[in-house]
Design a binder for this molecule. Sequence first.
Ligand code: PLP
Ligand code: COI
Length: 348
Amino acid sequence: MNNLNLDWNNLGFDYRQTSKRYVSNYENNSWDEGNLTEDANVVINECAGVLQYAQTCFEGLKAYRRKDGKIVLFRPDLNAERLEESSKRLYMPVVPKEKFLEAVEQTVLANADFVPPYGSGATLYIRPYIFGSGSVIGVKPDCKFQFRVFTTPVGPYFKDGVKPLSLCVSDFDRAAPSGTGHVKAGLNYAMSLHALQVAHENGFDENMYLDPQTRSKVEETGGANFIFVTKDNKVVTPKSSTILPSITRRSLMYVAKEYLGLEVEEREVYLEELNDFVECALCGMAAVLSPVGKVTNQDEVIVFKNSSTEMGPVSKKLYDTLTKIQMGKIEAPQGWIKVLDEVVEKVS
Ligand code: PLP
Ligand code: COI
């Protein structure tokens, strides 16, 4: 194991091709059995729904290596459920939960050598996705689909790791009021690329998007939800029907309440109350929990006192508790951790 000569401690969030990936095709109202393949390339028709009308959605989760060498997944059932919601919204066939879980497990086990060692800080990022793979020229759903799962070993999403991020309130909207902001549609990310580029050109790490209807409430960034902390240690997270329901955020809010005994609130968060918070962080599978130091809104700079130079103390406790749960150092709530059995590796 781990004879790949990768510099595990210094991986970035980059694509690195691993050994095998899972592929299953949908045609005539059913999914085929699916199998693992070494071929990392996808060959589809020039008129495929994904290419013409962006009919695609995806998920993101991670496999972790524990001290005893075991590989674990964190709440993969929730990724299966969210992919189901995304698929329905994009008029794509649903991958049954059992099939999703089996595909993820098979793919991780087939790439076990790429699951970074315990203590390296790196993980194996898992990317399940579905796309229209047939041919469609009028605007309508594709007739064929492909479900794939690949993996890639990754380090921190943000380059400077734990250094607090500097965000700006974006002039662009991420999601329409009754659009696709609540699902993980590829199109949400395509339309955020320009906004992200503008933010980077202006010296910011990421965008803070506002609610598209009133532009007065905080939504999320392009790839993570927000967590704020009040002066009296209450953990607050924005509630909105147009943000992605982050699995990390839902888990952290549970940890805050049930493990740390903190008061938690999921509610609308107004831009004008940002000054009341002492800590801010981004949460997501890729971002894990990344501190936010400041947010620039036009001429105003809002500084979060307790997370301006390093991760805030409440975020740190949340981070430590969540990662200990993932590593098996603290007992996890029932069903949160799936330990993979490397002996039953199936390769077709
Ligand atoms: N918000 C957006 C837009 C995302 O792309 C992600 C990443 O999946 C998240 C939030 C965080 O969600 P999760 O914690 O399930 O990874
Ligand atoms: C994730 O956290 O898994 C994401 O999908 C965010 C980003 C890499 C798209």
